[in-house]
Design a protein around this ligand. Structure first.
Ligand code: ZN
Length: 276
């Protein structure tokens, strides 16, 4: 079974602050190694569970975070930016399941470490069909559009709860519990990696037994975003098909999940040009 692995950073054990997740941050060089080793744990687990190959996508910020000398050499890696499907670039029919590691809660969550949805400075809230959708939901829908189910989500306890609410009984590993947006009670990296390996193995084994269904909500997808301010919405409104709902909110009816993701990415890129 081919396995797809998308790895973000905010949901990695020990990470609680942007000083760890930004390239210019003081602790970034250490946090990127924790991220690399959580990916390795998921890769080990995937092979334990019967994977034939693993494709890894670096899904954080500029998407050049892994320490390649320390990443499991059995995989192939997608890295760098810009990627049309961003955090799920490279997913295609034929993968048996997708694993999301180091994920975080959606913008506007309470007690979610570094919660945001695709671009925190631009997107204050993201809803689809009237429900809050975080990156797990959006990315799972893109995977679902090509028939690939999500089998594992790891991150803080808030994103794990959100994942189960959206996707049902997927495997989850809570590596930390948020005390507030920038504080957590966390497992240490080695303990988190141990649990992630076991859960990835169980996830792939269950996927081989057909335990997970692709996440395929019926189209169209009614996307509504509340932006950080009206300038971001002014810029987003430049995209044809965008409907301005209020000073800070825009809406778009997308025909499928990849289009939904691409509109959200276009809006965030447009909105980011207004940041002062
Ligand atoms: Zn990230």
């Amino acid at each position: 079974m081919r396995v797809y692995l998308s790895v973000d950073m905010e949901g990695v054990a020990g990470v609680v602050h942007v000083d760890q997740t930004r390239r210019s941050g003081h602790d970034y060089e250490r946090a990127r190694r924790w991220m690399t080793h959580e990916a390795n744990a998921a890769i080990d687990g995937a092979y334990d569970g019967g994977a034939s190959s693993v494709l890894v996508n670096d899904s954080h910020a500029d998407m050049r975070n892994f320490v390649l000398e320390e990443l499991d050499p059995r995989v192939e890696l997608i890295s760098g930016s810009l990627k049309p499907l961003s955090m799920v670039q490279g997913v295609e029919p034929g993968f048996g399941c997708a694993l999301f590691v180091g994920y975080h809660a959606g913008a506007g969550s309470r007690a979610g470490i570094l919660d945001h949805t695709y671009f925190g400075k631009v997107v204050a809230r993201c809803r689809v069909g009237g429900r809050d959708w975080n990156e797990t939901a959006i990315n799972a829908a893109v995977c679902g559009a090509v028939g690939v189910p999500v089998a594992l989500v790891t991150g803080d306890s808030t994103v794990c709860a959100q994942a189960r609410e959206i996707l049902g009984e997927v495997e989850t590993v809570s590596v930390k519990e948020a005390v507030s947006r920038y504080a957590a009670r966390s497992l240490l990296p080695a303990a988190a990696q141990h649990r992630i390996r076991a859960a990835a193995s169980a996830a792939v084994r269950r996927a081989r037994d057909g335990a997970f269904a692709p996440f395929r909500p019926p189209p169209p997808f009614e996307l509504e975003v509340e932006f950080a301010n009206a300038a971001c919405a002014d810029a987003a409104e430049l995209l044809p098909g965008t409907v301005r709902r209020s000073g800070v909110a825009c809406a778009y009816r997308a025909g499928d999940a990849p289009a939904l993701l691409q509109v959200l990415r276009a809006w965030t890129l447009l909105g980011s040009t207004t940041l002062t």
